[in-house]
Design a protein. Sequence first.
Length: 268
Amino acid sequence: GAFQKKGHSARILSPEEAERLAKDQVLVSEFKQLKLEEEAQKNWDLFYKRNSTNFFKDRHWTTREFKELKACREFADQKLTILEAGCGVGNCLFPLLEEDLNIFAYACDFSPRAVEYVKKNALYSTERCKVFQCDLTKDDLLENIPADSVDVVILVFVLSAIHPDKMYLVLKNIYKVLKPGKCVLFRDYGLYDHAMLRFKSGSKLGENFYVRQDGTRSYFFTEEFLSQLFKAEGYEQVVNEYVQRETVNRKEDLRVPRVFLQSKFQKP
């Protein structure tokens, strides 16, 4: 079983959790941090080599959680143009294309291998989607997508993998292809999520920023940080809140606190 609540207050740590986080202050060396930044693409490519298309479950919850995919239409079967920024192997893309026949999707990913997996998927059709490799922090989206042409941008569990100093570049890039009045739908790791509390000492890169054993990185967002990030690039905040879930494993009597940020930001 699981329960879920949404709101603006961050998760409160237990005394043990707070003590453990307070103790973990040693940062990974600057040399190693630079190496991780240089090898970010290689590390994600290796991740997909190891896991192929089996790691993430298909995200059939997207249309349930993001009602805007339907709400931003002016009439029922209006064609929508979407961009999934950081599409991985298509776990969100293909369920959406199956569920909604009036979508044309642009999709891109940092990892060339992930893009190849998308193109090999039996559901892939160039009439309904255009998939390309892209480093969102430096490759101009306008090379593949016309300016002001996208109705909805999906940015789900992507920004957390990017160095906090470069996140604004992603938002700047996306802004150029989004139609005025249209929005970015965001979901990612929130502060004090279970994954953040599980990092062993020696994994910390900076405040709320960690490296996994495979070299991929993860940032854990506060509501304030995300809000400032988007607003600084000219977006208006529509919704920005924590989603706290407690997943209960009754067999092992485990309670796992999951924390995400789920948000919607609009281009004026």
